[in-house]
Every structure is written in C-alpha cells, then in structure tokens.
Design a protein around this ligand. Sequence first.
Ligand SMILES: [Zn+2]
Length: 197
Amino acid sequence: MNGAEIERLIQLLGRLPGLGPRSARRVALHLLKKREVLMQPLSAALADAARAIKPCSTCGNLDTVDPCAICADPRRDTTLLCIVEDVGDLWAMERGKIFAGRYHVLGGTLSALDGIGPEELNIAGLVRRVKDGGVREIIVATNATVDGQTTAHYLAERLAECAVPITRLAHGVPVGGELDWLDDGTLATALKARRAL
Ligand SMILES: [Zn+2]
C-alpha cells in the first residue's frame, strides 16, 4: 500500500518513546506534508546531533565536547556530586537551576527483572571518581521507584569505604515519581531537604 520508504519511516518512528504505530503514522504523514519547513531541517538536525554529540567520559552527560560543559565549568562546585539515572534527570535538575555541583550519570538503574547489574551501569567510573578525592558530599538523586531505591542502597554500600557523606533527595516526590516529571519547585525542595542515606 505505502512505499517501502514510508513503511520504514513509520516503523522507525514507532520505536520512539511514547509513539505507538498509530501516532507514528500521523507523525510520518505530518513530516511528509511539511517536507521543507520541518522534515528536512529535522533530518539535518538528527544527522548533526548523531555526528557531534557524545557522552562525557567523566560524568556521562551528552555534549559536543568532552569533558562536557558542566564538568569543564570552573564556577561549579567540584565537592558536590549528584548521581542521576539518566541524562534526562540531569536536564531536569539543570532546568530548575537548583544545583551548582557536578553530576554522575549511571545510565539506568539496577534491575533484576531486566537483568541489569552493576557492570551494565557507569558505577565503576563513579567509584573511581570518588576515590580520586575532592568530593565532600554525594547526593543520590535516583528516582523514587523500586529500582531507583534499590540502586540508591547499592550505591550507599558500594561507596561506604570512601567515607564521603551520602545523601538522598527527600521525596516530597510521590512514590514511583520520576525526576523528569516533577515541577522545578518540588525538585528544589527535595534537594534542599535531602537526608543521609
Ligand atoms: Zn561531564
């Protein structure tokens, strides 16, 4: 019915988070109708991003430079280290402009169900960073989900030997809450009211 190119486009769009097959068809059609004002600029932006953006070898943030702009910023407090699950959570913290330390992106959470163990996450890099010294407080900002909590406790055990105080975001955050969905005020409160883990 449709050409192979259209089918391929729909299939790829359908793999994006939040897009089912039906939405993927709508998006594909919309793009094809707005070829010059949307589809071509989007295609160029995707190609540029795929070429230029890479993970920061220090913290795991995504940027065009390595170390990333946050790691390289001399105005940021190097003694505070905030651990987040994903780059999206780092973005949420940065959107709120509530934190001026540095980050460490784990790249997910421990999950027995999905077979994700410590080796699959950027935990060895974290331990190395903390052991290198200079960190005065580690703030664990994993989500208030079961996997997020499990990961927080694992990190507390793993980092205990480094003898750096570890805190956890106070979750005025609803249970099951993900950082990215919090309004900036709630996230700021959760950070201020962080407690020992
Ligand atoms: Zn970085």
